[in-house]
Design a binder for this molecule. Structure first.
Ligand code: FAD
Length: 369
């Protein structure tokens, strides 16, 4: 064994990294909170979405694409290893434009991404005929879309189940109701403290969702986050017609259409509100008129783990050697790089160069500006 790795937080980020640590021969313990906690991993839209990612920051654009490119093999291996099909699909994604204002904004986004990615660009603007060809049920009012063949989607609940099963097979211990209060050095020992327990490890990874900011601070790391609520609506099962997801609509393999995905800044209450749900429904029907007759089965609100600048944060503690923190908004998209790259890198006590500009130092630069 290469020593003990303690992961704080059993959401998608914590479990992905736990798999990476355990695959690198560490003894891994995940300390998770309680069912009363905010858990974005159980309330998200399930998109593996890259087209708009890092439009203003090349390393983030490349990091998202690297994860998306690992997803086909990652999901196949999860199926072999766990027997769980996470319903991963990658046919490409379309971000639809319904009026001239949206069209202009989308063209600007496509140009910005193209300028960032240069020869590696994978996003283009496509016309209404291209969209109609792929989305037969789409509104005749759609004027065009941005298109990226790397976009896809997954069933996030099946994914959580598969990651837990993989953790079990790798010997990872997941301890529920084990709220951590601080990460400190006790002499030369990296120590995790709870109200009634303390534990030592060679590595500690804080991946506790929105609680990461406070916990990371106890080990001297700056991880500024903000809560952003998203509301999501799910319809009854319908004949499969939406083969290509948009940023706000996807059709699951079972036929349910999942739509919505609001961004409500600084809202910490889960739950739904009628005005937001109504605007989701209006947009969904404007894009796909056949949804007007769909019955809604359920809806929910969940809180995003949003870094203040929207980009993932990968922190390495100076005060507590061996301690790290990871927080990101797109935890589903980034699952593959977290399991395949971040976990093994932390086991080797480093972070990969690919995420160098995603460290918290960027916030110091802003503060000193
Ligand atoms: C509405 C919505 C839509 C989204 N859509 C997408 C999408 O389409 N694609 C995508 O890639 N991402 C999406 N996301 C983002 C994605 O869900 C998150 O990035 C991801 O779930 C974050 O996972 P996490 O493990 O960091 O946090 P969480 O899932 O919040 O898990 C944190 C865990 O830490 C535990 N914890 C908290 N405090 C402590 C403590 N003190 N001690 C021990 N454990 C603790 C909690 O119990 C919890 O289990 C969406 C999010 C939302 C809300």
């Amino acid at each position: 064994m290469a020593g003990r790795g303690i992961v704080i937080g059993g959401g998608i980020v914590g479990l992905s990294i736990a798999i990476g640590l355990a695959s690198s021969n560490m003894e891994v313990i995940v300390l998770d909170g309680s069912d009363a906690d905010n858990r974005a991993s159980y309330g998200n839209a399930g998109l593996i979405w890259v087209q708009s990612k890092g439009a203003d920051h090349l390393p983030y654009a490349l990091w998202s694409r690297r994860s998306a490119s690992m997803w086909p093999e990652f999901s196949e291996r999860l199926l072999e290893q766990t027997g769980i099909d996470v319903e991963y699909e990658r046919r490409g994604g379309l971000s639809l434009c319904l009026d001239e204002t949206e069209l202009a904004a989308r063209r600007a986004m496509v140009d910005q991404v193209a300028a960032q990615l240069g020869t590696q660009n994978d996003v283009e603007f496509v016309d209404a005929a291209f969209v109609r060809d792929r989305l037969p049920g789409v509104s005749p009012h759609v004027l065009g879309a941005s298109w990226c063949p790397a976009d896809g989607h997954v069933n996030p609940l099946m994914l959580m189940g598969a990651l837990k099963k993989r953790c079990d097979a790798l010997g990872v211990t997941i301890r529920r109701n084990s709220r951590v209060e601080a990460v400190r050095m006790e002499g030369s020992h990296l120590t995790v403290m709870g109200a009634d327990f303390r534990m030592r490890g060679e590595r500690v990874v804080v991946a506790a969702g929105l609680a990461t900011e406070k916990l990371a601070a106890t080990a001297g790391m700056t991880v500024p986050l903000k809560p952003v609520r998203g509301q999501i609506v799910v319809t009854e099962r319908m004949k499969r017609v939406i083969d290509y997801p948009t940023p706000t609509i996807r059709q699951a393999r079972c036929g349910s259409v999942i739509f919505g995905n609001s961004h409500e800044e600084d809202v910490t209450a889960t739950g739904t509100t009628l005005p937001v749900m109504a605007s989701h429904a209006q947009r969904a029907m404007a894009e796909f008129p056949f949804l007007a007759s769909a019955r809604v089965l359920r809806s929910w609100g969940a809180i995003r783990v949003m870094p203040v600048d929207g980009k993932p944060i990968y922190a390495r503690s100076i005060d507590c050697p061996g301690a790290y923190a990871v927080a990101c908004h797109s935890g589903i998209t980034l699952t593959a790089v977290h399991a395949n790259i971040i976990g093994p890198a932390i086991a080797a006590d480093c972070l990969p160069r690919a995420v160098a500009t995603l460290s918290p130092e960027r916030f110091d630069a802003v503060a000193h500006h």
